[in-house]
Design a protein around this ligand. Structure first.
Ligand code: AMP
Length: 397
């Protein structure tokens, strides 16, 4: 079956068309600046050069119409007609407590996604627009919602409750949810496969280090804790997000700088993290360049970043009373040997010994600890689109 995987943001749309039998990506691409002047579609059919088309996209429906036209185009298309597409898998950011797994989209499901939108006001409405647009253009094709939060729904209360008045949980479901669930699930399962051991018998820690970052503890095949919270702001230092801070900082900045809550949230989400610490960039490559040149703030940024990751690993070793393997994934986790090495320097107490030669290889699933390292360490490239396609096929077959 050919599965159209859609990841809709407020002004962007990423997509892949995946053949579920071979798991090959037939085409992929990105619509940018939807609803803004200068919209464009970047379309990459497998084995051919990418094609950039500048075309007005006043809304997501027009963006999806252009994508579907590209996929069925006589010259550069990869299917003859839309009938060849057997299902659509939609990445949905927040499923709240309602969705602990992927689900076939019905009117009731759409209502439920809308109801949890207040927990993810920037993301869920865009996801819903993407679903509606696909439904209107492919009215008979089954659609599946795959939630970023679902994998973490197995967390116990002690991990997901905030120590704030309980009424806020009762009234608003304010609690920790966690994100990047599709990636944590995919990588932890791959790790068990690579280790040749049953997923249900392992204690794994997955470090998803990208522009956004989160760590998860996966015990006996279930997520027992993760570093992101009600929103993706909690936890690690990220590209532009602060991660864990003392909430009193909000009040302090508000008074000292005369800022309102929206402005402070923008600072914590968009101007903090690596960007805020370094004053240089949110991109870890720029920070590493600065580190290598001895730039003081870049050195500090790398130290704060890697220390935070190491602290989370320590916390999750405690939560699971041990760990069998640690996995690195996503843009930084897959590509930065330096950051992996700095994190692993803290892990001597786990008997981690890094194989520096393996640590410098790129782009493959690889064990980067030595054969006799007590705790194994892996780099496992994540593949959220493939995971979404697999979940979609499993539900519509
Ligand atoms: P993601 O959100 O997973 O796409 O990851 C984005 C992050 O990965 C950015 O901070 C990039 O700097 C980082 N990244 C991507 N490619 C590389 C690379 N080749 N070396 C180091 N970091 C990289």
């Amino acid at each position: 079956m050919k599965v159209f995987v859609v990841n809709c943001g407020s002004s962007s749309l990423k997509f892949q068309l995946i053949d579920s039998e071979t798991e090959a990506v037939l085409a992929k691409g990105l619509c940018e600046r939807i609803g803004i002047e200068g919209s464009q579609l970047v379309y990459s059919p497998a084995g051919k050069d990418k094609i950039t088309t500048v075309s007005p996209m006043p809304d997501h429906k027009e963006a999806i119409r252009l994508v579907l036209a590209a996929l069925t185009d006589a010259e550069n298309g990869v299917v003859k007609s839309l009938d060849e597409i057997g299902a659509v898998g939609h990445r949905i950011v927040h499923g709240g407590e309602k969705f602990a797994s992927a689900t076939v989209i019905t009117e009731d499901v759409l209502k439920a996604i809308e109801e949890v939108s207040e927990l993810a006001p920037l993301h869920n409405p865009a996801n819903l627009i993407g679903i509606r647009a696909c439904q209107s253009l492919m009215p008979t094709t089954p659609m599946v919602a795959v939630f970023d939060t679902a994998f973490h729904q197995t967390m116990p209360e002690k991990a997901y409750l905030y120590a704030i008045p309980h009424e806020y949980y009762d009234k608003y479901k304010l609690r920790r949810y966690g994100f990047h669930g599709t990636s944590h699930s995919y990588v932890s399962k791959r790790c068990a496969d690579i280790m040749g051991q049953p997923y249900e018998n392992l204690r794994l820690i997955v470090c998803h280090l990208g522009n956004g970052g989160s760590v998860s503890a996966v015990q006996n095949g279930k997520c027992v804790d993760t570093s992101m919270g009600l929103t993706p702001l909690e936890g690690l230092v990220m590209g532009t997000r602060a991660g864990d801070i003392d909430a009193a900082i909000l009040e302090f900045i508000a008074h000292k700088e005369g800022k309102n809550i929206d402005e402070i949230m923008t600072i914590l989400n968009k101007k903090s993290g690596m960007l805020g610490l370094s004053g240089v960039s949110s991109d870890s490559r720029d920070i590493e360049d600065g580190y290598n040149k001895g730039d003081k703030l870049c050195v500090q940024t790398m130290e704060v970043y890697t220390y935070r990751v190491a602290k989370y690993i320590g916390a999750y070793v405690a939560a699971m009373n041990g760990v069998d393997a640690i996995c690195f994934t996503a843009g930084i986790g897959e590509n930065s040997a330096k950051i992996r090495s700095m994190v692993c320097e803290y892990l001597g107490y786990l008997g981690v010994q890094l194989d520096e030669e393996a640590n410098h290889k790129r782009g493959e699933e690889i064990m980067i600890s030595t054969a006799d390292s007590k705790t194994k360490v892996y780099v496992i490239p994540t593949n959220e689109e493939l995971a979404i396609a697999r979940e979609t096929v499993a539900l519509v077959k």
